[in-house]
Design a binder for this molecule. Sequence first.
Ligand code: NDP
Ligand code: MG
Length: 402
Amino acid sequence: MKNDKSTVGGQRSITVLGATGSIGDSTMDLVRGGGERYRVEALTAHSNVEALAKLSREFNVRFAAIADPTRLGELKDALSGTGIECGAGESAIIEAAARPADWLMAAVSGAAGLKPALAAADRGATIALANKECLVCAGDLFMQRAVRGGACILPADSEHNALFQALSSGNRDELTRVIITASGGPFRTWSAADIEQATLEQALKHPNWSMGQKITIDSASMMNKGLEVIEAAYLFALEPDQIDVLVHPQSIVHGLVEFSDRSVVAQLGAPDMRTPIAHCLGWPDRISGPAERLDLAKIGQLTFEAPDFTRFPGLRLAFEALRTGHGATTVFNAANEVAVAAFIAKKIRFGAIARLVEATLEQWARAGNLAPLESADEAIAVDHSARNLAATLLPQIAAKAS
Ligand code: NDP
Ligand code: MG
């Protein structure tokens, strides 16, 4: 691979955090396709010992880490005789991230991915960042740590990867606006009353993308797009007014960048996460990707709509939290994680997800808790407190009719 400073002897070492998830699966598929080009240093999972052990054996990894500390014995048994080192608990996931590897995929779901991603940033890794919650939680503090550590952050989220690709068409100071697209999710055409009552099964039926459970629910509420607006602001140092959301049900155009001369540059591709991940894996070169070729004649029509901030209040709340700053996006993310877990556990209705997030943000501000965050540790502390606050507010939100 030409121009690739992180390739030694033609082989690149890889670590995948969240290897057993949807992004992990797509990443391992690409690594598998690359054959001898890659060597896997470490893989991690939360509790799925079976899948982690299977991948660890297949790729003959050096270190396998499971976040659930009670599963260490099982993992050791599953890998006995292989010589693969095993670890368990949060510290083992952080160790996996800290071990030397040329390229790391950060694909843990939720803010739980922040500390490991920071460990990778501190050692100056090349990080393909899928875990958007970690950016939303720690804002530009994460980006500052990455700069200090000499890390290279490559956006793996499809919209941000599209922006990253389109941005190379101009200079940063010539950028006037970015547009991230949204499929609109399964409830795009539903009334507010129907969205309020949507079931878990309905929320898990995404029209275009196959993804993990949490992000699929976030897509149905459009909280995912809210998280992505915040993610774009921190990744590319943008003001809230420079970020627009456009509903595009076909999910073919992923992101667009407008420059000062009013040229708009877009990135297109089939809705398959292996394309943005392949871009990150090959960067600064291009590798061959396994996604379906784009056949625009077959697709026929690409359509676009303005987002509806009333039926999807999560999107409004994300812009408000971004404008508020001072830890509000950390609170937004923490409350949403609590709300989604409560919805999955059937403790609240779908419509109550945004209400819990709004109530947590309001209560947080009313209590005078908004303050500039000075460090990633402070962001983690705010994340914990905001989760506790959301859990306290949960029963009254659950009891209240819409
Ligand atoms: P999944 O739920 O499919 O996978 C999550 C992975 O993280 C699994 O390996 C899981 O292990 C592990 N994990 C979960 N919780 C913890 C924890 N507390 N500590 C350590 N590991 C943990 O999620 P996705 O792959 O869908 O998403 C991962 C991230 O990528 C999210 O931040 C999401 O927003 C982002 N993303 C996902 C996209 C997609 O298409 N799926 C697109 C763009 C971004 P186990 O299997 O054992 O539970
Ligand atoms: Mg996305």
